[in-house]
Design a protein around this ligand. Structure first.
Ligand SMILES: [Fe+2]
Ligand SMILES: [Fe+2]
Length: 368
């Protein structure tokens, strides 16, 4: 698997001293890769270039026209509300907030790299698709750049060039890219809008001004999700038939379970915003599941209490896994302690996967 050659990286602010100069913010070491950290993807560019869009060309053309309007061209501006805002956070909140910024910046940047590389590699053969990807890369570059500027407020910065060259890239066939990115865009939309609306009702919990930008920001993610929805409809076999039903279930589960375990493990961040991590995730998962029924042939039965009980078991196992790591000792001994927990997680995931899904036409007959 060859990592895509990054030809450009999101512009960082002129007001941030260049990395390597004495005034530069410290370069933050990227967090260790785990199953819960954001991934970087690469795909089969030839297959993507050869994709026939005719079954849904009109809708894709309309979405591209929306992208061209670039509604958020002037949105990502740092105003005076950012001055000194970072210094007001207490040390504990600061720590969890920096983690949030880093994770968000990495996943926005991972979107940027994939979309940029796609637009570059398919330009000749598939200009409409290439243009859509170029507009989305533009948006993600802005998002990642803005988050990285916020990290600089905390005296840290991610070296995105280093990340590009050193992260490992996961290869996915185009249809798997569609499922994964569609879900990450839609879940991103629901995550941002849920925080924005909550803070609108509770302005006293707005611990940092970046949240003021989330309303328009999440509309970018929503449009990106709609693009993948239209793209899957242009390639109807990706969302039709037995194998598509299995894969959609798998991706929904993988995305939801990863988010739930990760968010509950850093519930202090949500507490700092006056949110309960579990309630927040339940809302975001239910909304993303409901949205996915517009394009996926099946969705998960998230109203079944067993679904949440099993996710809770993953949370417990994950905490025990972290404790086993923290306890130290020789690696083989640690692995021995962790083995039953990994097995238990595997079993829970299998049970979750085998839970009866809901056919989307039953779930949302009006929109299908
Ligand atoms: Fe984004
Ligand atoms: Fe996006």
């Amino acid at each position: 698997m060859v990592p895509p050659a990054a030809t450009a990286s999101p512009s960082t602010s002129q007001d941030i001293p260049r990395l390597g100069t004495p005034d530069a913010p410290a370069v933050k070491d990227p967090v260790k890769d785990t199953i819960l950290t954001p991934r970087f993807y690469t795909t089969d560019f030839e297959a993507m270039a050869a994709m026939d869009l005719r079954p849904n060309e009109e809708e894709l053309e309309a979405i591209c026209e929306e992208f061209r309007k670039d509604y958020n061209r002037h949105h990502f501006v740092r105003n005076e509300t950012f001055d000194g805002a970072a210094d007001k956070l207490d040390p504990e909140t600061r720590k969890v907030f920096v983690e949030f910024l880093e994770q968000s910046c990495t996943s926005e940047f991972s979107g940027f790299l994939l979309y940029k590389e796609l637009s570059r590699r398919i330009k000749e053969k598939n200009p409409l698709l290439a243009e859509c990807f170029a507009h989305m890369a533009r948006d993600e570059a802005r998002h990642a750049g803005f988050l990285n500027k916020s990290m600089a407020d905390f005296g840290l910065q991610l070296d995105l060039g280093f990340l590009t060259a050193n992260k490992s890239y996961t290869f996915f066939k185009p249809k798997f890219i569609f499922y994964a990115t569609y879900l990450s865009e839609k879940i991103g939309y629901w995550r941002y809008i849920a925080i924005f609306r909550h803070l609108e009702r509770h302005p006293e919990s707005k611990i940092y001004p970046i949240f003021n930008l989330f309303e328009n920001w999440c509309q970018d993610e929503n449009r990106h999700g709609d693009f993948f929805d239209a793209l899957m409809k242009a390639q109807p076999d990706t969302v039709r038939g037995f194998s598509a039903r299995l894969w959609c279930r798998f991706f929904l589960l993988a995305v939801f379970a990863t988010m739930y375990v990760r968010d509950v493990a850093r519930k202090e961040f949500y507490e700092a915003l006056g949110l309960d991590a579990r309630d927040y995730d339940k809302y975001v998962i239910a909304k993303t599941n409901e949205t996915s029924a517009r394009v996926f042939p099946v969705v998960l039965d998230v109203d079944n209490p067993k679904f949440w009980q099993r996710l809770e078991r993953l949370v417990t196992n994950n905490a025990a896994l972290s404790a086993a790591d923290a306890a130290g000792g020789p690696a083989p001994l640690r692995a021995l302690r962790k083995l039953p927990l990994w097995a238990a997680n595997g079993l829970e995931m299998a049970k979750l996967f085998l839970m009866a899904p809901i056919r989307s036409e039953q779930f949302q007959p009006a929109v299908r």
